[in-house]
Design a binder for this molecule. Structure first.
Ligand SMILES: *Cc1c(COP(=O)(O)O)cnc(C)c1O
Length: 414
């Protein structure tokens, strides 16, 4: 049965339709309850219908939903200051948009402008951004080209020029890929969609060093890892807190389910005159009609304040460790390893350890469908990894309930 004959079928058919949410539970239209370890793919960071977010949205909706960026939107400055001071922790400025792909397009534009202001030795602008195999940066023409996965790009060629992909965590390949056109290196601290593959701390350090050495921008896609998800305010801080990115893209968890994205640009000097990187995007250089509306900013303000005030990063770190230890303690033959940081965890499924029925795309998709039938929503990441990304506020008993379902499903695989 096709439930949605008028909707473009870009997503595979799901057997359930969502009706309502409550914390870390999602209910379908038949009234069945699911433990939600998907959380809108790491988006509903405070759980479903958290009164903190609901109240903020309702109050602001009655005041002013939208007005143009031609006028000052006071919530933007308050939110930007919070992001700069309490989340990123490095002086910079923020641009508001609506999604992760848009945020990535934004930082790619900043990198290209930087490549004009800091051209190659022969005076030609630099424009190339090096990204990584198995990365995911989004579906727009820019962010798709940045994504180092063939399956995302197939039949949409020609791609936007100016990207080169190398293996993640391969410092030598990265060094060798830098050319006179290169202006930036872009990565996820923990690759989310690609399989929950963390960067090593040494690799992040090498990226930072190469950026300094070759006058490149260090670009971090925090769309999935950011805002407490990985046990630190930002994902890179969980992996290697000593490095300092130049550009950061954000979305997903920042809005707690309300569409919101942003990118942060460092104030660091890019030349001997002390020109700040964030100053190169002046009036007219970028824009978004819906970016940073009073409504979206109010939602994000409520979410980010709660993440900071309730120290949900630390909570994610503690619960994530618990989750990993518990899954490893099952000693199941189908579980190869548990990867990730905080509440971004991937259960690596051992190849060939169980049979995948014909017509099912990947082992991860198969296990994910079994979990759903058993009452647990998770999410595949790459072909062999089941991703567990519950709300940062997931109650401990609901976490235990979800893990019990997972254990049962994994134990029955053969
Ligand atoms: C989801 C995701 C994106 C794309 O975000 P959209 O809001 O879907 O455009 C980009 N980068 C990463 C790391 C993501 O996980």
């Amino acid at each position: 049965m096709n439930r949605q004959p008028h909707v473009l079928p870009t997503y595979g058919q799901s057997p359930i339709a969502a009706a309502k949410g409550e914390g870390s539970y999602l209910y379908d239209t038949e009234g069945r309850r699911y433990v939600d370890f998907c959380a809108g793919i790491a988006t509903c960071s405070l759980g479903h219908c958290n009164p903190i977010v609901v109240d903020a949205v309702c109050k602001q909706a009655q005041q002013l939903m939208h007005c143009s960026n031609l006028y000052t939107i006071p919530q933007q400055e308050e939110l930007a200051a919070l992001i700069v001071d309490k989340i990123v922790g490095i002086p910079g400025r923020v641009f508001f948009c609506n999604s992760g792909a848009e945020a990535n397009d934004g930082i790619i534009k900043v990198a290209r402008r930087f490549g004009h202001r800091r051209p190659a030795a022969d005076g030609s602008p630099r424009y190339e951004v090096i990204t990584f195999n198995k990365s995911f940066h989004g579906r727009t023409l820019g962010s798709m080209a940045a994504t180092g996965q063939q399956k995302i790009q197939v039949e949409f060629d020609p791609m936007l020029v100016g990207f080169k992909y190398v293996d993640f965590n391969d410092a030598e390949a990265l060094r060798a890929a830098i050319s006179k056109e290169t202006c930036g290196i872009m990565l996820e601290a923990i690759q989310g969609e690609g399989g929950v593959n963390p960067a090593t701390p040494e690799f992040l350090q090498t990226v930072a060093e190469l950026c300094r050495e070759h006058d490149l921008l260090f670009m971090v896609d925090e769309v999935q890892c950011g805002y407490g998800r990985c046990g630190a305010p930002m994902g890179w801080q969980a992996v290697c807190p000593t490095v300092k990115p130049d550009l950061i893209s954000c979305a997903k968890g920042i809005g707690g389910g309300f569409p919101m994205g942003c990118f942060w640009v460092s104030n660091r000097a890019i030349d001997a005159e002390g020109t700040e990187l964030s100053s190169i995007m002046g009036p007219g250089s970028h824009g978004s009609t819906f970016g940073g509306t009073p409504l979206a900013c109010s939602a994000a303000l409520a979410v980010v304040k709660e993440i900071v005030n309730a120290n949900l990063s630390a909570r994610a770190a503690a619960l994530g460790e618990k989750m990993k230890t518990e899954i490893e303690s099952w000693n199941l033959p189908v579980v190869e390893c548990v990867r990730g940081y905080g509440l971004l965890r991937g259960v690596g499924l051992r190849k060939g350890a169980f049979a995948v029925p014909d017509g099912v795309a990947t082992p991860a998709a198969y296990v994910n469908s079994l979990c759903l039938k058993a009452g647990l929503l998770a999410c595949p990441a790459g072909p062999d990894t089941l991703r567990l990304i519950p709300a940062l506020t997931v109650p401990e008993d609901v976490l235990a309930e979800g893990l019990a379902i997972l254990k049962d499903v994994l134990s029955k695989l053969d």
